[in-house]
Design a protein around this ligand. Structure first.
Ligand code: BES
Ligand code: ZN
Length: 625
């Protein structure tokens, strides 16, 4: 059975590419960025290798205007067939002339094209929408399947290609990419930036930012970029990056990507962070003023190994990217803070992320609560949740405890990353390697119900043991709040709260939120006054605070909640708040109005997902025939 895995054809239901016949080894991009047209115009040359005899090359595209296709310089025939589901884009078949149809042939396929102003990978911003209001701004987000809207490609994580790019932008603007800069040249009107990514990467890691950007160095290999008015704050907030990277290397091995730069994007960036190689993208909501949210950097750094080096072969095995990354992120924080802190983070993930995802966001029988998912006709943006993150990380945490503890498991982790570096794998390849590595503990592994972990819905079959030392302070304080009544609530003092770590404060709010019946309004008022919750600069804390207020139907919080979802576009914050408000009759209309008013300025992914949450019809989510 195990040997068969090598012969199993690769599967990725989210891509139309003929990956078992042809592969892409290098991609050369030439782009001109037009802010007037909201288009990227140019060409991509794909160096392809025929793995078997083949009559055509099939690529993924979405809303691209194709001008011409040539093979080794000679124009050739192609055809574009839309998928019934618009989120898949279209299948582009390039017909190979007879002399190029043999296994082993190498082809240079050049596609000249332009993107659509509605390309789902891109957000085009007017200068008025930026922090400094000096220049327009453009950024991409290709994960999971949006790369096809900016470049014709085999848009599956199972195909890895090196890339180089020449990008022409208006002079005065800076272009950054997920690659190593090779300088720039230009004149008064336009400047061309040159980039090379010498490590083969999946298409979802191609990334671009164009804007008014300044850089601050953090170390020899780390720097942060942001708009001028933000860059110094970002530089202070992320000053620990080199230490995090050094600690990650101790856990995972040498950092092979050369540079680790970051760009702090506008608030509409839909994610906390995105692990674009050489250039992590970050939300500005991480700037809390006290470095309390830098675990996101540890997370994106961890992806330099889990995800970017060892890659899930399709989004059905997303946990191999994100579960491993959560696990390594917590290992890094364990080293930098303490083992107790790592245990607390993992506990927090189980109780405050996994449980609500299984019971509240989905239901315990929902397909998306599985570790390995079936993405046939499924939009990966819709399937996205913290389940692969937390179920995956819990499985590794559980295995660590079963197989002899942290040291033994770290040696295994290094071996896993080394074995599969530069490859894309599925969960069965992961399991085969685990059994091989721990051959002397086969009986122990046989007691793990992998079938339930992989394919079971709902919560995992086992719960790991999480050290409780840091949870205790939260529980003591929780009891105080629950025991208080209107006459004694004023006796609670703030020292024990301020003595806690920010993550413990968040845990307290989350426990109050989980409590039934909902917390009374006078207590919310007292909590707010004592801990200055409305004024918190910590966006994670604010999320938990607002959800607590909404659960109690405390009307005073509605303007604050609307302001929160309007001032930033991080899905992790906006989706739960919008969903909570939508379920509350007096807030429902206000939430819809705020969404409808802001929609045209929103990031395309956020606009799409919030429309779904609010049950509002949205232009791109219909089926196209
Ligand atoms: N790679 C993800 C973001 C992502 C996943 C984008 C799937 C598109 C599709 C990134 O590494 C991530 O997980 N970001 C998290 C933060 C993290 C600390 C859990 C986020 O955005 O919240
Ligand atoms: Zn991640």
């Amino acid at each position: 059975m195990c040997q068969l895995h090598n012969f199993r054809p690769k599967r990725d239901p989210c891509s139309a590419a003929n990956i078992n016949e042809i592969t892409v080894e290098h991609t050369a991009i030439k782009w001109t960025v037009s802010f007037q047209l909201k288009m990227i115009i140019g060409q991509a040359t794909l160096r392809c290798r025929c793995l078997t005899d083949a009559t055509k090359l099939v690529l993924d595209v979405r809303d691209l205007s194709i001008r011409s296709v040539s093979i080794n310089g000679v124009d050739c025939d192609f055809r574009i067939a839309p998928n019934v589901y618009t989120f898949f884009g279209s299948k582009m078949s390039v017909y190979l002339p007879p002399q190029f149809q043999k296994a082993g042939t190498i082809l240079q396929v050049t596609v000249a094209y332009g993107t659509s102003p509605d390309a789902t990978a891109l957000q085009w911003m007017k200068k008025e929408q930026t922090a400094d209001k000096r220049m327009p701004y453009l950024f991409s987000q290709c994960q999971a399947i949006h790369a096809r809207s900016i470049v014709p490609c085999m848009d599956t994580p199972s195909v890895k290609s090196t890339y180089e790019a020449e990008v022409t932008v208006p002079t005065g603007m800076t272009c950054l990419m997920s690659a190593i800069g090779q300088g720039s040249k230009g004149d008064d009107d336009t400047t061309t930036f040159f980039y090379k990514q010498p490590v083969a990467i999946p298409s979802y890691l191609i990334a671009i930012v164009v804007g008014c950007l300044e850089k601050r160095d953090i170390s020899d290999r780390c720097a942060v970029w942001a708009e001028p008015s933000v860059v110094d704050k970002a530089h202070w907030e992320f000053a620990e990056t080199e230490d995090i990277l050094a600690s990650a290397e101790e856990i995972a091995g040498k950092y092979i990507w050369g540079r680790y730069d970051m760009v702090c994007l506008p608030p509409s960036f839909p994610f906390g962070g995105m692990e674009n190689p050489c250039l992590t993208f970050l939300t500005p909501t991480l700037i809390a003023g006290d470095r309390s949210l830098v675990s996101v950097i540890a997370h994106e750094i961890a992806h330099s190994w889990s995800g970017n080096l060892v890659t899930n072969s399709s989004w059905e095995h997303f946990w191999l990217n994100e579960g491993f990354t959560m696990f390594i992120e917590r290992k890094i924080c364990g080293r930098l803070v303490s083992e107790d802190y790592r245990q607390f983070m993992a506990f927090n993930g189980w109780t405050n992320s996994l449980i609500p995802a299984v019971y509240e966001q989905f239901t315990p029988t929902h397909q998306f609560t599985k570790l390995i998912q079936d993405h046939t006709n499924v939009d990966p943006d819709v399937a996205f949740s913290c389940v692969p993150y937390e179920k995956g990380s819990a499985l590794l945490f559980y295995l660590e405890q079963k197989l002899g503890g942290s040291e033994i498991f770290e040696a295994y982790l290094k071996d896993y990353l080394k074995t599969f570096a530069h490859q894309a794998i599925d969960s069965w390849q992961w399991k085969d390697h685990l059994y091989k590595y721990f051959a002397d503990q086969k009986e122990v592994l046989d007691t793990v119900n992998f079938d339930l972990w992989f394919n079971g819905v709902g919560m995992p079959p086992e719960k790991p043991n999480y050290g409780q030392s840091m949870v205790e302070a939260c529980e003591v304080l929780l009891k105080k709040w629950l025991a208080a009544d209107e006459s004694t609530v004023g006796d609670i003092t703030s020292e024990d709260y301020y003595a806690m770590q920010p993550l413990q404060q968040i845990e307290l709010l989350s426990q109050l939120w989980q409590h039934d019946p909902p917390i009374e309004h006078y207590k919310l008022d007292a909590l707010n006054k004592l801990y200055k919750l409305n004024d918190s600069q910590n966006s994670e804390l604010l999320l938990n605070w607002l959800r607590l207020c909404i659960k109690s139907k405390w009307e005073e919080c509605i303007p604050k909640a609307l302001d929160f979802v309007n001032s930033q576009g991080r899905l992790k914050f906006c989706r739960p708040i919008y969903r909570d408000l939508a379920q509350w009759p007096i807030a429902n209309k206000k939430a819809r109005d705020v969404y409808l008013k802001g929609r045209s300025q929103m990031h395309p992914i956020t606009a799409e997902m919030i429309a779904k949450d609010l049950h509002i019809r949205h232009s791109t989510h219909t089926v196209c025939f």
